[in-house]
Write a protein of this length. Structure first.
Length: 328
């Protein structure tokens, strides 16, 4: 299939480069952020790629502004920040066709409802990826982990199997994205949201790598588990079943922090130290809203949301230190 990646940030570049290099499928990039588009075009429509801060070299890509793009992809893959998505969809709306599928693999929640305004439900796929990636600068991406590191999960909004999602699975497997397919749409999306509600938000507040959180010896039981329990309580009250248990989620936080990506700074931190708004409202804030809509309270998630926003406000007085490692 042919893919159009909307958003040439860390994850958009990683997916697109892996698809074109490993799977050998055609990929176009659409970049709504003008500064990013300008930087990549100034490099001759090339982006810098490195892995674990090594082997930095240029990769050719096809990149367009939303207005200039006239391609006809089989699948649109959206990797925008939640607060940027609506503008990108408005600018691209005249390009969407009835046979095309939209894949939303973004952090947080809120994007599926926006995609439903432009695509039929049987043409929407939700996805989550546990694949650590750093955007050093516009047009400069760093893949964290060895080739094939990380995994991803996808489900159709209709929760039914389809030829498209199976073809996508085949392409993603060839790209070394390690995909798996489920028929639990919301459970698939919320697995990543609940994980990020612990790792991303807490690491951002304390400007730490994932592994450094484990220096607090009661992090798993004293910090992670209460947040996970509140999130699962909210999901159960809403009639949503996750694809893994509460204990499995705690184990996942433990594994990612200690084994898989201990040196990784999550994407929320990357936004935070660069002075950008974070997506905490679409992660912890969304969980707190879900609880309240279903007759519960999630005070820990509401407090974390306020704390992250407080940390954002404090940047004016105490500028954060960007600890992202320099380019190789």
């Amino acid at each position: 299939m042919k893919y159009a990646i909307v958003g040439a940030g860390a994850m958009g570049l990683r997916y697109g480069i892996l698809l074109q290099e490993n799977a050998g499928v055609p990929v176009d990039f659409i970049e709504p952020t003008q500064a990013s588009l300008d930087a990549i075009q100034a490099q001759g429509n090339k982006v810098w790629k490195s892995r674990d801060h090594e082997d930095r070299h240029l990769i050719d890509i096809n990149i367009f502004s939303p207005e200039a793009y006239n391609g006809d992809p089989d699948v649109w893959i959206f990797f925008m920040k939640q607060m940027q998505l609506q503008d990108a969809l408005d600018r691209l709306s005249s390009k969407f066709k009835s046979h095309q599928t939209a894949l939303g693999a973004m952090n947080g929640m809120g994007h599926i409802e926006k995609l439903e305004k432009y695509f039929d439900q049987d043409k929407i796929i939700g996805g989550t990826a546990m694949i650590a990636t750093v955007l050093n600068d516009y047009g400069d991406v760093d893949f964290m982990g060895k080739e094939g590191a990380g995994s991803s999960v996808y489900a159709n909004l209709t929760q039914q199997d389809s030829e498209t999602i199976r073809a996508l699975e085949q392409d993603f497997q060839a790209a070394h994205l390690n995909p798996s397919i489920t028929n639990n749409f919301m459970g698939t999306l919320l697995t990543k949201v609940f994980f990020n509600a612990v790792e991303n938000s807490i690491a951002t507040m304390f400007q730490s790598r994932m592994g450094e959180l484990m220096a607090y010896d009661t992090f798993l039981e004293g910090v992670a588990r209460p947040l996970i329990n509140e999130a699962y309580d909210a999901a159960e009250a809403a009639g949503i079943t996750l694809i893994e248990s509460r204990d499995d989620m705690v184990k996942q936080v433990d594994y990612v922090s200690n084994v898989a990506n201990p040196l990784h700074f999550p994407s929320m931190y990357q936004d935070f130290v660069k002075g950008r708004p974070t997506e905490v409202d679409y992660i912890n804030g969304w969980i707190a809203d879900l609880a309240e809509k279903n007759g519960l309270q999630a005070p820990n998630h509401r407090l974390v949301t306020h704390f992250v926003h407080l940390a954002e406000a404090m940047r004016e007085f105490n500028p954060p230190v960007n600890q992202l490692l320099p380019k190789a």
